[in-house]
Ligand binder design. Structure first.
Ligand SMILES: Nc1ncnc2c1ncn2[C@@H]1O[C@H](COP(=O)(O)OP(=O)(O)O)[C@@H](O)[C@H]1O
Ligand SMILES: [Mg+2]
Length: 311
């Protein structure tokens, strides 16, 4: 029998559908994961096996094959543990495979069966909402997932309580709604002495959404003036805040599901390359292309050799 569980692969800020297929067939006992898994996904075999053992289950002495489809899309990250375990439980007849088809699952497994946090849960929740499915995620990230409105979220602390909920033996508590963090702004324009024309230029740029280029000797206050900008810009709209939070989510920095409505401010070194700005690595081109407009226009680059550029 083949059991199927939906999950996602993260490509920049995009979550692509990945189907975890599990087949338990007669043959020499083995447990293989195919479908271009990276090292973290390959190691999920050990974590899944230990998590099942912690629940008192041993793998059937059969030929177990996990395929991550589409097979030509590289799979990165530890969030495949939970969907792999659920597909295996479905194929073993312990979980109801039909019920699992209504969910997208993401989460890393600890050896004792706990479901621990993994980056990108907000993206997975938004993806589940598009697919009109529910989301199974780690309990610690339930509030993060709740930002995708209308998605039924099962935030489980461990495999056992998740199975109990799916079978109707026990009930998982609903995750608390995520909080909006109090905006913390940098320096205020009041702190800037003199520089009346520069202050006026900053205000006009903020009001009209214009670009700004400042030029002057070191120490003239360009970086200070630039840091004042987020404080006079309007707070992020809910849609913009969601976009900014998606970046924090894939970066794994959205603590406790708290989102902020303050505009992000970055002052990278003037010699920073595009790869350094967007994270570098194999996917830097994809990451750059998938940076949402809000973020690209919220990047402030303070040039230490004299210039300030606001993208
Ligand atoms: N007009 C000003 N009012 C108050 N502080 C200023 C002013 N100009 C510069 N400073 C202070 O001087 C220091 C250097 O300014 P900075 O903004 O880094 O200059 P720049 O980026 O032009 O090299 C900072 O600590 C800043 O707060
Ligand atoms: Mg400066």
């Amino acid at each position: 029998m083949v059991a199927l569980v939906s999950t996602v692969a993260y490509l920049g800020l995009e979550a692509r559908s990945v189907e975890v297929q599990c087949q338990v067939a007669a043959g020499m006992p083995r447990f293989a994961i195919v479908g271009l898994p990276d090292k973290a996904v390959g190691e999920s075999r050990e974590r899944v096996q230990s998590a099942l053992a912690a629940m008192g289950l041993s793998l059937p002495p059969k030929r177990i094959t996990i395929n991550l489809s589409p097979a030509d899309l590289p799979k990165e990250g530890s969030h495949y543990d939970l969907p792999i375990a659920l597909a295996l439980l479905g194929a073993m007849g312990i979980a109801d495979a039909e019920q699992l088809a209504d969910f997208v699952a993401v989460g890393e497994l600890a050896l004792d069966g706990r479901i621990v946090g993994s980056p990108g849960v907000l993206l997975a929740a938004l993806h589940a909402s598009e697919q009109e499915k529910g989301l199974i995620c780690p309990a610690s990230q339930g509030s993060e997932a709740c930002w995708a409105s209308g998605v039924p979220v099962l935030a489980a602390p461990d495999l056992l309580s998740l199975l109990g909920h799916l079978k109707g033996d026990s009930r998982l508590s609903d995750p608390p709604a995520g909080e909006v963090e109090e905006a913390v702004y940098g320096p205020d324009l009041r702190q800037v002495k003199g520089q009346e024309s520069a202050k006026r230029a900053i205000e006009i740029a903020a009001a009209g959404g214009h670009n700004l280029l400042m030029s002057g000797p070191p120490g003239a206050g360009k970086s200070l003036l630039a840091a004042c900008l987020p404080g006079i810009l309007p707070p992020l709209t809910p849609a913009e805040a969601l976009e900014v939070s998606m970046i924090a989510s894939v970066a794994g920095t959205l603590e406790g599901g708290r989102i902020s409505r303050a505009r992000p401010f970055r002052a990278p070194h003037h010699s920073a390359s595009m790869a350094a700005l967007t994270g570098g690595g194999d996917k830097s081109q994809e990451k750059r292309d998938s940076l949402p407009k809000t973020v690209r226009f919220s990047l402030f680059m303070a040039n230490d050799s004299g210039n300030l550029v606001v993208f």
